[in-house]
Design a binder for this molecule. Structure first.
Ligand code: NDP
Ligand code: OXD
Length: 291
């Protein structure tokens, strides 16, 4: 088996060490120095160059280096019919929960009024874990997802009407959605106009969920009291300076939750074995839906 790692700008040394330790006979190539593109069976990607994945005629698996796959699916020249997987990792979910709790506690300490009701956009791996942590910490929590659910352990909404109901009572609104054609630009002025006045926004998902211009307007109007942004629309470049210097916005550098390279190596090796035995893959996404 030959595995390619195509993650420009990311430090992948520990990923390579874990892969080599777990499977010493695995042949690893690191982009851009790919000696035998014709022999590559699988690739681990983070923001690959559009069209690059067409160079590997034997490719059978495209694995994301993280939980999100938007950076892979964004490629207009992505080869068809090859499974795409994302990282499923409890430690990622725990890191994210801690990041969110810190952001809420910091905001809480700046206000007289208490923050009670937390509304989470998303009901998946990260959102469900965070909902449990918030409940344990004494907050009221609701989540919003795409599917209907009848047995979810937290208050749950779906659909546009469900979203409107959830927004009306949110003291804190958290975005933990995947970036898809349906969720891009969801955090816009129309949504902010429906939110409980003075709500605090946290976007820890993707920059393109948020219309940044609309955030500035909503802050000006007092519809939102502030925001904490781990992501922004210009990544990997620097953010819009107006966000960076705004007194009501806190920004971090897409570090809310960092992929555990050992876990990633284990998942990829497990999936390579399952591919060979035609067993289901861990973390396979529905390419047509985008997550
Ligand atoms: P999951 O796929 O487990 O969960 C996604 C959730 O979003 C699901 O509950 C899904 O609903 C919901 N959803 C998707 N589309 C819609 C829609 N159109 N309307 C309503 N709900 C929708 O993802 P994760 O929890 O693992 O990760 C979420 C995102 O977090 C990642 O895609 C990534 O972008 C971001 N992330 C950010 C990190 C950071 O450091 N800032 C680190 C890791 C991830 P349903 O369950 O009904 O299908
Ligand atoms: C991820 C991320 O998707 O780091 O894992 O954002």
């Amino acid at each position: 088996m030959k595995l390619l790692i195509n993650a420009p700008g990311r430090d992948i040394s520990s990923l390579v060490n874990h892969l080599t330790r777990l499977q010493p006979d695995l042949s690893i190539e690191i982009w851009p120095d790919v000696e035998r593109p014709d022999k590559v069976d699988a690739v681990i990607c983070w923001r690959q160059q559009p069209g690059d994945l067409l160079r590997y005629p034997r490719l059978k698996l495209i694995a994301s280096l993280g939980a999100g796959v938007d950076h892979i699916l964004d490629d207009p020249l992505l080869p068809a019919n090859i499974p795409v997987t994302r990282l499923l990792d409890p430690s990622l979910a725990e890191q994210m929960s801690q990041y969110l709790l810190n952001a809420i506690e910091m905001e809480q300490s700046r206000r007289d009024k208490s923050l009670n009701q937390i509304a989470i956009l998303g009901a998946g791996q990260l959102a469900s874990h965070a909902a449990q942590r918030f409940t344990d910490a004494g907050y009221q929590v609701s989540c919003w997802g795409r599917h209907e659910r009848y047995h979810y352990p937290f208050e749950y909404y779906s659909g546009r009407d469900g979203l409107t109901m959830m927004l009306a009572k949110a003291d804190v609104l958290i975005c933990l959605l995947p970036l898809t054609p349906e969720t891009e630009n969801l955090l816009n002025l129309n949504l902010f106009s429906q939110i409980k006045p003075g709500c605090f926004l946290i976007n820890a998902a993707r920059g393109r969920h948020l219309v940044e211009e609309d955030l500035l307007v909503a802050l000006d109007k007092g519809w939102l009291s502030g925001a904490c942004l781990d992501v922004h629309s210009r990544e990997p470049g620097p953010p819009d300076l107006r966000l960076l210097i705004h007194p009501a916005i806190t920004m971090t550098r897409h570090t809310a939750a960092i992929s555990d390279m050992e876990r990633l190596a284990q998942q990829v090796i497990f999936n390579l074995e399952n591919l060979q035995s035609e067993m289901p893959l861990i973390g396979e996404v529905e390419r047509e839906i985008g997550y």
